[in-house]
Design a protein around this ligand. Structure first.
Ligand code: NAP
Ligand code: MG
Length: 385
């Protein structure tokens, strides 16, 4: 799935410099660039998600989620929905993000020694909300009309003047498969499982998540004991405080919004958004790999002005290697898996040899004298490969 701006440029270079010379791939190409989404009334996004369900593995470039400014900038018919939200709602599943740990990029948090993986619940909450701008005085109600039986209504607020309301939801099935996916991941990787929510304030909504996690962990009690993996429930604010004192090495299961925000915090803490990988795993076992960062708009604008850029392509490369390795595992083609792992180790070795983009060069220890431009970095990787 192609994407937008700086990452679209990088995407093409990764394919041409690192992949096509070595692999013959039957790729199904979907252009999720914002122009083509607009031209197809966003049908291409749905088609791409369906293709992941059919093929089992996908890899996605970062894409613009249009806001009002983007609608003007690209002359769009409307502010199309976030492609990631559309894809996630079709595949359901859980997003796991894990930083790439490189020896000479020390984490900002001194105690962090091992990667912190984040499991983001990829369905519902504010990402599937209904919002309403309250124009003036009036009463807002939460109404549920059951398929059969009595309707229930609760007062949200008696507005004395203008305001705003939002309706969010989640489903038991989605929360349960999220909990199961996180449990599988933590038992598989033998890493502690953390889950944080705000059930003291949101006794029903957040409380429901906690209840389901407790239940699912209980079902797997024997496996937790056998692997000596621990499950910890914390209030979300406690979890945030604890993570800053921890050594790392855990899977931090997060509700949708917490995962969105905390994965950026953890990524920045481990060096750069350019070192954060991301994979959406559906309950049916379909995988969609991507970089955790966006389209790196600021760099793209510099590029358009004709200025050199130094954009980190590592997370995008690892999106490809993750997908290629998974493909190889599914197809039983170990050479393909090995190619992906080799490309990853070439990238890590290049950085450890002091060859890196600016985002990493400014935090590398020991210091490096120069940094590589976007294309220079990829050329170096291609040469080493
Ligand atoms: P961004 O693309 O993640 O970039 C934010 C800043 O982080 C950059 O300006 C840059 O900092 C740094 N950065 C991120 N990735 C980098 C990389 N690979 N190499 C070097 N530096 C990197 O977020 P944004 O600029 O706020 O958003 C741009 C667009 O991306 C938006 O339209 C948004 O909708 C979209 N987005 C898409 C996804 C997705 O498709 N998964 C995710 C998030 C955002 P400096 O400017 O300091 O160099
Ligand atoms: Mg985010």
């Amino acid at each position: 799935m192609d994407g937008d701006e700086m990452t679209r440029i990088i995407w093409r270079m990764i394919k041409e410099k690192l992949l096509f010379p070595h692999l013959t791939m039957d790729l199904k190409y979907y252009d999720l660039g914002v122009k083509h989404r607009n031209d197809t009334d966003d049908k291409v996004t749905t088609d791409a998600a369906i293709a992941v369900n059919e093929c089992g593995v996908g890899v996605k470039c970062a894409t613009i989620t249009p806001n009002e400014a983007r609608v003007k900038e690209y002359n769009l018919k409307q502010a199309w929905k976030s492609p990631n939200a559309t894809i996630r709602s079709i595949l359901d599943g859980t997003v796991f993000r894990k930083p790439i740990v490189v020896k000479n990029i020390p984490p900002a948090v001194r105690s962090w020694k091992k990667p912190i993986s984040i499991g983001r619940h990829a369905y519902g909450d504010i990402y599937k909300s209904v919002e309403y701008k309250v124009p003036g005085p009036g009463k807002a109600e939460l109404v549920f009309i059951p398929a059969s039986g009595e309707r229930t209504s609760l007062t949200i607020h008696d507005f004395k003047g203008p305001g705003v309301i939002m309706g969010i939801h989640n489903t038991e099935q989605s929360i349960r498969s999220f909990a199961q996916a996180c449990i599988n991941y933590s038992l598989g990787e033998k890493c502690e499982l953390w889950f944080g929510a705000k059930d003291t304030i949101s006794k029903t909504y957040h409380g429901f998540f906690k209840e389901i996690f407790d239940h699912e962990v209980d079902i797997r009690k024997a496996d937790f004991e056998k692997t000596r993996v621990k499950y910890r429930y914390m209030l979300i604010d406690d979890a945030v405080a604890q993570i800053m004192k921890a050594e790392g090495g855990m899977l931090w299961a997060c509700m949708n919004y917490d995962g969105d925000v905390m994965s950026d915090m953890v990524a920045a803490g481990f060096g750069s958004l350019g070192l954060m990988t991301s994979v959406l795993v559906s309950p049916a076992g379909k995988y969609l790999y991507e970089a955790a960062h966006g389209t790196v708009m600021r760099h793209y604008y510099e590029h358009l002005k004709g200025n050199p850029t130094s954009t980190n392509s590592v997370a995008s490369i690892f999106a490809w290697t993750g997908a290629i390795a998974r493909r190889g595992e599914l197809d039983g083609t170990p050479d393909v898996v090995q190619f992906a792992r080799r490309l990853e180790s070439v990238v890590v070795a290049a950085i450890e040899d002091g060859f890196m983009t600016k985002d990493l060069a400014v935090i590398a220890e020991p210091k490096v004298a120069t940094y590589a431009l976007t294309e220079e970095f990829l050329d170096e990787i291609a040469a080493r490969l």
